[in-house]
Design a protein around this ligand. Structure first.
Ligand code: SF4
Length: 324
C-alpha cells in the first residue's frame, strides 16, 4: 500500500499557547519502499508517525489542515473504531523501547496470538501455530520457549524482535519504525535493520523509518526526507542525497557523521538547537543556525522546489552555487 501525506499541519494547544509541531508535511511512501524521515530530536518525526497511527489525543492536538491517505483510505476522516481496525491490520508500528510496548504481565505468545484471534478470527491452536511461524520470520527460532516467556525473560535484541513479531502478526501492509534501533548496540542494530529489509522483501510492506541518524538509515533507505522544525526541507533518493545533498541542514547532518576512513579529522557539529515549536523563527526556520543565511532568509520562507527529477529542497540559495 502507498502512504501519502498531503500538507499536514498540526498544533498542540494549551490555553492560549500554540506549539506548531508540523507545518505542512508532504511525503509519499511507495508500496514496498523504505522511506526514512530524518532530523534531530524535536523536529516533528514522532508527531508525524503518531498522527498516521491516529494516536494523537485531541485536545491538546489540533489538526489544522492536511490529509493522510493509505491508498485511497483517508486516515484522518475515519471513526475511532475504524482507526483501531486499521492499526495492526493494515498499519503497524514498532518503537525504540519495546519495554513500553510489550505488556510485562503477559507471555509473548499471548501477546501475539490475541490479535490473531481478535482481528483474524483464528482458533487458539491455529493462532499458536501462526505465532511460531512469525517468531521464525523475525529470527526468534526455538519459538515454543519464546511463546511461553515473559518480556523480562528476554534480552534487549529478543524483545525488539518480539515487538516486531507482534506488530507484523496480522500481515500489515505498512510499517512505521520509530527509531527501532536507537537503544541497541551496533551488532543488534545491524540485525534489526537487516530484519526490517528482509520483511520488506518478503511482505512487500511500505515502511516509514524514523531516525535522527543518517548513518543508520544509509543502508536500508530507498528515499530520505529530511525534516526540520516541522517541515520537510529536502527529499530525494538515498543515493542522490548522500552524493549531492542540497539543503544546508542536510549537508551539516551528513558532515556530522563519523567517517571511518577519515579517522582523526574533527566532526562538524551543528551550532544551536532545533527551535521550540512555540517559537519557530520567521522566514527560514533554520536561519539562526545556517552558515549561508542572508537577510532574505530571516523574512521569507523558502518553498520546496524540485531541482532535479525526484530531488527537492527548500532553500533560497539551492541551485545558485552559493551552498558549498
Ligand atoms: Fe540557510 Fe537561507 Fe537556505 Fe534557510 S534559506 S537554509 S537560512 S541559506
Amino acid at each position: 500500500m502507498e502512504l501519502t501525506i498531503k500538507d499536514l499541519d498540526v498544533s498542540f494547544i494549551q490555553g492560549d499557547r500554540e506549539a506548531h509541531a508540523l507545518r505542512g508535511i508532504n511525503l509519499t511512501v511507495g508500496k514496498g519502499e523504505i522511506h526514512s524521515l530524518v532530523g534531530e530530536s524535536g523536529s516533528g518525526k514522532t508527531v508525524t508517525s503518531t498522527c498516521i497511527m491516529g494516536l494523537l489525543p485531541s485536545p491538546p492536538v489540533r489538526i489544522n489542515k492536511g490529509e493522510i491517505f493509505l491508498d485511497d483510505i483517508n486516515l484522518l476522516s475515519l471513526s475511532e473504531e475504524d482507526q483501531r481496525k486499521i492499526r495492526g491490520m493494515k498499519i503497524a508500528m514498532v518503537f525504540q523501547e519495546p519495554a513500553k510496548y510489550l505488556n510485562p504481565t503477559l507471555k509473548i505468545g499471548v501477546q501475539i496470538t490475541e490479535s490473531l484471534i481478535l482481528h483474524l478470527g483464528m482458533s487458539k491452536t491455529a493462532a499458536e501455530e501462526k505465532a511460531l511461524d512469525i517468531l521464525t520470520t523475525v529470527g526468534l527460532g526455538g519459538g515454543k520457549r519464546i511463546l511461553h516467556s515473559y518480556p523480562h525473560e528476554l534480552s534487549g535484541g529478543m524483545k525488539q524482535r518480539a515487538m516486531i513479531a507482534i506488530a507484523i502478526s496480522c500481515n500489515p501492509l505498512f510499517l512505521i519504525a520509530d527509531e527501532p534501533t536507537t537503544a541497541l548496540d551496533v551488532t543488534l542494530q545491524e540485525q534489526i535493520l537487516e530484519l526490517i529489509m528482509d520483511l520488506r522483501n518478503k511482505l512487500s510492506m511500505g515502511t516509514l523509518f524514523i531516525s535522527h541518524d543518517l548513518r543508520v538509515v544509509h543502508d536500508i533507505s530507498d528515499r530520505i526526507s529530511v525534516i526540520y522544525a516541522g517541515k520537510i526541507v529536502e527529499n530525494s533518493s538515498k543515493t542522490e542525497l548522500f552524493a549531492h545533498p542540497m539543503h544546508p541542514y542536510s549537508r551539516l547532518l551528513l558532515k556530522s557523521i563519523p567517517d571511518a576512513e577519515k579517522r582523526g579529522t574533527r566532526l562538524v557539529t551543528i551550532p544551536g538547537k532545533v527551535p521550540d515549536a512555540e517559537n519557530i523563527p520567521p522566514g527560514c526556520a533554520f536561519h539562526p543556525r545556517c552558515p549561508f543565511a542572508e537577510d532574505i532568509c530571516k523574512i521569507e520562507e523558502p518553498e520546496m522546489k524540485e531541482y532535479q527529477e525526484g530531488h527537492s529542497a527548500a532553500c533560497h540559495f539551492c541551485g545558485t552555487g552559493k551552498i558549498q
